[in-house]
Design a protein around this ligand. Structure first.
Ligand code: ADP
Ligand code: MG
Length: 250
């Protein structure tokens, strides 16, 4: 594939809940390999819904998503298309979403075994590498309830990177954490950002976005209202609404 093709292309993505709640009003977006895209914007503006529609955790009403060359069209798709799109994405959730009845290692191995059909020995090797990357190797035999929120989230990140997704989706990965645990998780994500992985990260951490993102999107009312470099979007916001948002979220 040629270098200048986007790794993911989103066309006219729309999603409503019920009849009146229009959440995504036609999102168009192209993301290229290695981009670290931070998504900011007021609460309720559709940031989570956009991420969840990308991997069909939420089924869009309309729109085409092309991931690494293969497309899924909301008006005409089948289960196989969803399996395919999920193989190429991974998600880190605000509330970690680890399986409580599985150890750390088992949590990381689960998708490798079930979705990617990797044999046990190989899956364990990959899982251990991923846990080492996030600094959680020594907790591999613990259950999630014995870990702090920050440690659980680092396991969530290990689980997501273990499948080597074309695109990593992170939905406010630090907003459930006690303040003293935020920095550790952000530095794990920062380290990840230097490895060439492509990611979309929804975050309220404006300073983190400034330091780590290569591109910042401001979402408002189910649309991408601003899209540019961190300097453009965060230091020289063109709209008064973005200026207001940034002044509240310092
Ligand atoms: N499953 C759902 N059913 C009904 N409404 C939903 C559902 N998920 C999200 N919404 C609504 O969609 C809007 C956008 O939500 P969300 O994407 O979570 O926003 P954000 O992540 O930007 O805070 C909100 O008004 C929310 O209440
Ligand atoms: Mg959200």
């Amino acid at each position: 594939m040629s270098e200048n093709k986007p790794i993911i292309k989103i066309e006219n993505l729309k999603k409503s809940f019920g009849q009146n709640i229009k959440v995504l009003n036609g999102i168009d977006l192209e993301i290229f390999k290695g981009e670290i895209v931070a998504v900011i914007g007021p609460s309720g503006t559709g940031k989570s819904t956009m991420l969840r529609c990308i991997n069909y955790l939420e089924i869009p009403d309309e729109g085409i998503i092309t991931l690494n060359g293969s497309s899924i069209d909301a008006s005409n798709y089948n289960k196989k298309d969803i399996t395919e799109i999920r193989k190429h994405t991974a998600m880190v959730f605000q509330h970690y979403n680890l399986f409580k009845n599985m150890t750390v290692l088992e949590n990381v191995m689960e998708a490798l075994r079930l979705v990617h059909k990797i044999n046990k020995e190989e899956a364990e090797k990959i899982a251990l590498d991923s846990l080492e990357m996030v600094g959680m190797l020594e907790k591999k035999d613990q259950y999630p309830s014995r870990l702090s929120g920050g440690q659980q989230q680092r396991v969530g990140i290990a689980r997501a990177i273990s499948v080597k997704p074309d695109i990593l989706l992170l939905d406010e990965p630090t907003s459930s954490l006690d303040p003293e645990l935020v920095a550790g998780v952000l530095s794990t994500i920062k380290k990840l950002a230097t490895t060439g992985v492509t990611m979309i990260i929804v975050t309220h951490e404006i300073n983190f976005a400034k330091e780590t993102a290569t591109r910042v999107l401001f979402m408002e009312n189910g649309k991408i209202a601003e899209d540019g470099s961190p300097e453009e979007v965060l230091n020289n916001p063109s709209s008064s609404r973005l200026r207001d948002f940034l002044s509240i979220n310092k």
